[in-house]
Write a protein that binds this ligand. Structure first.
Ligand SMILES: *Cc1c(COP(=O)(O)O)cnc(C)c1O
Length: 439
C-alpha cells in the first residue's frame, strides 16, 4: 500500500498541465471581438447583443432569447415574465444557489423549498405534491451541477396543477434531456453566463422562451431602452414605455456579448470534450467501493451539458465508515482539490427564517403569504444529507493527467482504515455558497 500524502507520502497528483483546467478558453478571435466593441465605444449599445440573442435563440431552439447583465437578473425577469406576483409561492429545490429563488421576494412572492432526488440531486417530483398550496404559482427547476432534472414528471405535475415552470439552466447550458435542449421544457428558461459557468462570457445572463408575452414582459421589466412598439407587441405593456417596469436595468455589456458570440461558435465542441474527459474519469472509477458518479446515462439521450462544478457521491459504508470531510482532507493532501457537500441547503439559512427586509415587522419570507411556508421546511431531508464532494472539472481530454486524479481516489480509499484514526473536522456549514474560483 502506498503511503498517503496526508501522512507524508508522495502526492498522487503532480505536474498537471495548466490547459487541463483553463476556462474559459479565450483565443485571438474573442480578443478581436471584444476590442472591436471597446474601440468603437459601443459597450452600452445593443447591436452586438441583439445579434448574440438571435444566434443564441437559434442554437437554443427557442423562438426568443433576451440577454441580461447577469443570470440573477435574467431569473428575476423570468419570474416577472411568468406572472409571479404578490402572495404567490414559488417552489424551488433547497439544494441550489440562492440566485434561483431569492428574487421572488422582490415581487412580493415567497419560496417553498422542495427536496431533491438522491441520484440526480435535482428537484424531486415525488416531493412536489407536499409543497403545493392554494397560492402556488410556479416551479423553479435547477438542472443541478449539469444533471438534467426529471422534466417528464415535473411538466406533468405542473400541467395537472396549472403551474408555470421556469428552468434555471445556469449549470447546464446546452444540455439535453431525452434529446431535447434544457431550457425549452418550461414556460421560460434563464441562465447565468458568468465566467465561472461552463458557458462563460465574462458577466451575463440569458432568458429563452417561445412565449411572446413572456418575452415582452421580460423586456419591459429591465430593458427600458427596448420597451417601445419597435420591440414589444403586447398591448398592455406599451402603455408604460420607457421606464423599466421592474425598476431594474438588465442590459448586457457588449464586450460580453461580443465574447458570447465567439464562445457560442465553439461551445458544443468544447462541452463535448469536457464530457469525454469527465466520463473517462468516472469510467475509471466505476466499481470502486466508496465512490459513485453523479451523471446521466447518455444512452437515454440526456447529457451532463458542460458538466459545471462536477461532484461525486461518497459512500461512507463502503469506506469503513470514513467521514466525508476526512476523505476530502486526504484527497486534498494528494493534490486532488475537493470540497465536501456542494451547495448549502438553502432552507437552513437564517435569511429564510427571520430576515425582515422591507421593515414590515414580519420576516419577508412570510410577509405577504397566506400561510407560514417556513413550516414546510422541516420535511426537507435529502438536501442536507447527501454525501457529495467536488471533483476536478477537466476541460480537456488528457487521459494521463486524469489518471493521476483517478489514482488519488483509489489510493485514499484503499487506505481508508488508516484515516479512521484522524480527528474529524466537520465543517461549520454543510456546504458552500459559491463554486467560483475553485479547483
Ligand atoms: C450562477 C447561478 C445563478 C446566478 O447567475 P449570475 O450570473 O452569477 O448572476 C443563478 N442560479 C444558479 C443555479 C447559479 O449557479
Amino acid at each position: 500500500m502506498e503511503k498517503l500524502a496526508i501522512f507524508g507520502g508522495e502526492k498522487a497528483v503532480a505536474n498537471v498541465p495548466g490547459e487541463l483546467f483553463k476556462w474559459p478558453i479565450v483565443t485571438p478571435e474573442d480578443e478581436a471581438a471584444v476590442l472591436e466593441v471597446l474601440r468603437r465605444g459601443a459597450m452600452s449599445a445593443t447591436d452586438v447583443t441583439t445579434q448574440f440573442e438571435r444566434e443564441f435563440a437559434a442554437w437554443q431552439g427557442s423562438r426568443h432569447a433576451l440577454a441580461f447583465c447577469n443570470g440573477t437578473m435574467a431569473l428575476q425577469a423570468a419570474m416577472y415574465a411568468i406572472g409571479l406576483g404578490a402572495g404567490d409561492e414559488l417552489i424551488c429545490p433547497s439544494k441550489s444557489y440562492w440566485g434561483c429563488c431569492v428574487q421572488a421576494f422582490n415581487l412580493g412572492a415567497t419560496v417553498v423549498f422542495a427536496d431533491i432526488e438522491e441520484h440526480s440531486l435535482c428537484l424531486d417530483p415525488d416531493d412536489l405534491e407536499r409543497c403545493v398550496g392554494p397560492d402556488t404559482r410556479a416551479v423553479m427547476v435547477v438542472h443541478y451541477l449539469g444533471h438534467p432534472a426529471d422534466m417528464d414528471r415535473i411538466m406533468a405535475f405542473a400541467a395537472k396543477h396549472g403551474l408555470k415552470v421556469i428552468e434555471d439552466v445556469s449549470h447546464a447550458q446546452g444540455g439535453l434531456y431525452k434529446g431535447k435542449k434544457l431550457g425549452t421544457f418550461g414556460d421560460v428558461g434563464a441562465m447565468s453566463l458568468m465566467s465561472g459557468k461552463s458557458f462563460a462570457i465574462g458577466e451575463g445572463g440569458m432568458l429563452v422562451t417561445d412565449n411572446r408575452e413572456a418575452y415582452d414582459r421580460a423586456l419591459a421589466y429591465a430593458h427600458y431602452e427596448r420597451s417601445d412598439a419597435a420591440h414589444i407587441v403586447t398591448p398592455y405593456l406599451l402603455r408604460y414605455q420607457n421606464i423599466a417596469l421592474g425598476g431594474m436595468k438588465g442590459r448586457l455589456n457588449q464586450m460580453s456579448a461580443a465574447m458570447g458570440r465567439v464562445q457560442l461558435k465553439y461551445y458544443d465542441e468544447r462541452a463535448a470534450e469536457i464530457r469525454r474527459a469527465m466520463n473517462y474519469f468516472w469510467d475509471a472509477l466505476e466499481g470502486v467501493q466508496g465512490v459513485r458518479a453523479h451523471r446521466v446515462d447518455e444512452a437515454t439521450g440526456s447529457t451532463m451539458a458542460g458538466w459545471y462544478a462536477p461532484h461525486g457521491f461518497f459512500v461512507p459504508e463502503e469506506a469503513g465508515g470514513l467521514a466525508l470531510c476526512t476523505f476530502c482532507e486526504a484527497l486534498n493532501a494528494e493534490g486532488f482539490g475537493t470540497r465536501p457537500y456542494g451547495n448549502f441547503p438553502l432552507h437552513t439559512h437564517r435569511f429564510f427564517s427571520d430576515f425582515d427586509r422591507n421593515h414590515t415587522g414580519k420576516p419577508t419570507r412570510i410577509a405577504y403569504s397566506a400561510r407560514d411556508v417556513r413550516e414546510l421546511d422541516a420535511a426537507v431531508k435529502v438536501s442536507g444529507a447527501v454525501n457529495i464532494f467536488s471533483v476536478p472539472w477537466f476541460k480537456k481530454y488528457m487521459p494521463e493527467a486524469i489518471d493521476s486524479y483517478v489514482h488519488a481516489v483509489k489510493k485514499v480509499l484503499v487506505a481508508s482504515d488508516e484515516l479512521l484514526a484522524l480527528p474529524v473536522h466537520e465543517p461549520d456549514t454543510k456546504g458552500c455558497w459559491s463554486f467560483f474560483n475553485r479547483q
